[in-house]
Design a protein around this ligand. Structure first.
Ligand SMILES: [Zn+2]
Ligand SMILES: [Zn+2]
Length: 253
C-alpha cells in the first residue's frame, strides 16, 4: 500500500484534495460545488461513496462551499475545529478536532496544526501512513516556528504558492484586498514558500506540489522562477495544481 495525494482543483475559486492509503480516502476541503467535486472524483477513478471523511481546514467559501451538500448526500463524516464548525452551522455531520491533538482516521494518522489566517480557527494537516509523511499547507499569511517543526520531517509537501508579490501589488485587486492577501493572516506568496522550502530539511522530500495559485496574481512561470533556487540543489520534482482539473495521483514510494 502507498500513501497518495491528488488535488481535485486548487485556486481562489475552490479547493479540494484527496489523501489515500489502502481503503482510507480522506478529502481535505470540499470548496467546489458538490457536483463538480463528484465529477472530479470520478476523473481520478474514485466514487463519492469511497470518501471515508472530509477534513475542513477553515470556513472560507473556496474551502467549504460543497461540504454540507456532499456530506448530506453521501453520509460522510466531517472533521473540523470548533471555531470552523461555529462558522459552518449548516453542516450536520460535524466531528470536532483540536489543532493540537493528533487523530487517526481509518489507516491514516492525521496531525493537525494551527496556522495564521483570517478565519475563526484555521488549521492545516500532515498525514502519515506506511512509514511515509505528507505535509500540507495552504491559506497562511506567514510561517511560524511551529509550522516549520510540523513540516520539517515530511516525504512530500503540498504547499501554497498563492501570489507573486509584485503581480499582486501591480494587479487589479482593490487596495483593501491586496492588503488582506499580503498580510500576516493572508496567503503565502512565492517568495515565502521558497524560503520555507529552503529552510526545511528536504533530504527526504520526494516531490513538491504547488497549491492555491492565484489566476490573477500568479502564473506557473512565476512560481517556477521563484522556486528555482530552492529546487536547484534538490532532487525532487515540482508539480503545480490547477483550478479546473485534478492533478495525477502523486504517490510516496
Ligand atoms: Zn483559500
Ligand atoms: Zn482562506
Amino acid at each position: 500500500m502507498t500513501l497518495r495525494f491528488t488535488s481535485l482543483g486548487s485556486g481562489s475559486r475552490g479547493n479540494a484534495s484527496l489523501v489515500e492509503f489502502g481503503s482510507t480516502l480522506l478529502m481535505i476541503d470540499c470548496g467546489l460545488p458538490c457536483k463538480v467535486v463528484e465529477e472530479r472524483l470520478r476523473a481520478v477513478d474514485r466514487q463519492p461513496r469511497d470518501v471515508t471523511a472530509i477534513l475542513v481546514t477553515h470556513e472560507h467559501t473556496d474551502h467549504a462551499q460543497g461540504v454540507a451538500t456532499f456530506a448530506k448526500r453521501h453520509n460522510t463524516p466531517v472533521w473540523m475545529t470548533y471555531g470552523t464548525a461555529s462558522a459552518l452551522p449548516t453542516i450536520t455531520s460535524t466531528r470536532h478536532l483540536s489543532s493540537h491533538r493528533d487523530l487517526t482516521i481509518g489507516s491514516i494518522a492525521v496531525q493537525p496544526y494551527p496556522v495564521p489566517h483570517d478565519a475563526r480557527e484555521p488549521c492545516q494537516f500532515t498525514f502519515a501512513a506506511g512509514g511515509r509523511r505528507l505535509g500540507m499547507l495552504t491559506d497562511a499569511g506567514h510561517v511560524t516556528p511551529h509550522m516549520y517543526e510540523r513540516l520539517g520531517v515530511c516525504d512530500a509537501l503540498a504547499l501554497e504558492c498563492n501570489h507573486d508579490l509584485e503581480s499582486l501589488q501591480r494587479g487589479p485587486y482593490p487596495e483593501s484586498l491586496k492588503a488582506r492577501v499580503a498580510s500576516k493572516f493572508g496567503h503565502l506568496n512565492n517568495g515565502q514558500t521558497t524560503e520555507l522550502l529552503a529552510r526545511l530539511d528536504s533530504s527526504r522530500v520526494q516531490w513538491v506540489l504547488g497549491l492555491h495559485l492565484s489566476e490573477r496574481n500568479n502564473s506557473p512561470d512565476h512560481v517556477r522562477a521563484a522556486l528555482q533556487p530552492a529546487l536547484e540543489n534538490a532532487r525532487f520534482p515540482l508539480h503545480l495544481a490547477t483550478q479546473d482539473a485534478p492533478t495525477a495521483w502523486l504517490a510516496l514510494d
